[in-house]
Design a protein. Structure first.
Length: 420
């Protein structure tokens, strides 16, 4: 694939310092970006969000750990009204046995997400065809530095734990030719939806995509056995849901919002979600000596320019572009899971895309992969926005009045008080 005119000239002339340096940067770049993305997830931990959901989850976990509440089989209500299964609470109940401070518990969540981040890179190196590994690694690198994945790795929130389960789910799917791994794939898919309901749609999308592309080799019995085993832990929740005590599901109107949110997530353009009205002020910054640099706005414009470039490349090369086999299945996973969510009229929020996020970022990289300089700019542009977002939150104490709210570090003791 084309690396730019300078590299092509170097290829014709043989090995050159320019080509050697560019090739080394291309090979090492993803690992450096993953390292930076790991650091951003752990940066300024006291700047975390601390609103009703986080307070409720932390307080409930502390009560379970202390023995004042029974082991939970039902979690907190979801965005559609229906309570989540108990699995959404269990990791925090276990963490509460060690951490009795919100900042420390959030750091543990962020650390788990860092481990998952490096795990995605190992998944690509271990299971992808050698020729496709650079594509996968750059996709993981983009996921590492993209704004929303960083935001959703720093909360006491069940959704923030999805990447930790998405990793073994995808890894097991890649090795599903083995019966044991096929069982693990089915089990992880069943557990994914119990952590957060969006996981059911992601699991259904991967099941349907795999069935379509691999009908003759689909591991029916191991997958069914794993799915049944993984579903056992939700039987008490099913009993509760059918008892009449559960909240009523509040369906939204039919829309294609899933795909608009997927676009914003993949291209790093979704910061209006946490910032709300403060988004305009954010785009004017950062400020140097009281003067607006508009660097965030320039980075955003740059990302939109890369979106247009990706469209041009896809249209221009539409007859000779071939999707890697693995990516083809994952694109179908995104599409089918999204259509199913739209069909059920679930009101889609940005955090519902977490279960698909690594795949979305790999797909975004693929659209520009024929121009490697553009892939590099895509990662650097999203990294710049992420760093400026973290700086904005740190300097302003969050985004009061927006979804992010006032950061924990800037709340009064009365505001920090738990919802017990």
């Amino acid at each position: 694939m084309g690396n730019g005119s300078a590299v092509e000239a170097g290829q014709q002339a043989g090995t050159s310092p320019l080509r050697t340096g560019w090739q080394r940067a291309w090979e090492l770049g993803p690992w450096g970006l993953i390292l930076v993305g790991s650091a951003l997830r752990l940066l300024w931990p006291s700047d975390i969000e601390w609103k009703f959901d986080e307070k409720w989850m932390f307080a409930k976990a502390q009560r379970v750990a202390a023995g004042s509440d029974d082991w939970p089989w039902v979690g907190m209500p979801s965005g559609v009204g229906l309570e989540n299964p108990g699995l959404s609470l269990w990791p925090f109940a276990l963490l509460a046995r060690v951490f009795d401070d919100p900042v420390a518990m959030t750091l543990a969540v962020a650390a788990w997400n860092v481990l998952a981040l490096w795990g995605f890179a190992l998944w690509v190196k271990s299971t992808w065809p050698r020729d496709d590994q650079p594509l996968g690694l750059w996709g993981v690198a983009l996921f590492a530095v993209s704004p929303l994945p960083i935001l959703f790795a720093r909360k006491i929130w069940a959704q923030d734990l999805l990447p930790i389960l998405v990793l073994p789910w995808l890894w097991a799917h890649s090795l599903r030719a083995s019966r044991a791994w096929a069982v693990a794939w089915g089990a992880c898919g069943a557990l994914l939806g119990q952590l957060h309901m969006s996981g059911f749609f992601a699991a259904a999308g991967l099941f349907a995509a795999t069935l379509y592309h691999d009908r003759k080799k689909f591991p029916w019995l191991p997958w069914l056995a794993g799915s049944a085993g993984g579903a056992l832990s939700m039987l008490p929740w099913l009993r509760f849901a059918l008892s009449g005590r559960a909240h009523t599901v509040n369906p939204g109107s039919w829309s294609l919002r899933f795909f608009s949110e997927a676009f914003l997530n993949a291209w790093g353009l979704g910061l209006r979600y946490p910032l709300g009205r403060a988004h305009r002020e954010f785009l004017q910054g950062p400020y140097l000596a009281g003067v607006a640099t508009h660097a965030a706005l320039l980075a955003r414009y740059g990302l939109y320019a890369l979106v247009l470039l990706a469209l041009v490349i896809l249209i221009r090369d539409r007859k000779r572009v071939q999707l890697p086999a693995a990516l083809r299945v994952y694109l179908w996973t995104i599409g089918l899971g999204g259509l199913l969510m739209c069909a059920t009229r679930v009101h889609v929020y940005a955090h519902y895309l977490i279960a698909w996020s690594p795949l979305l970022h790999i797909a975004a990289v693929w659209t520009l992969y024929r121009q490697r300089w553009a892939v590099s700019l895509l990662c650097l542009g999203q990294l710049a926005l992420s760093a400026m977002f973290m700086l904005y939150i740190h300097q302003h104490g969050g985004a009061p009045g927006a979804d992010y709210g006032t950061a924990y570090s800037h709340q009064t003791p009365e505001q920090q008080r738990l919802e017990r």
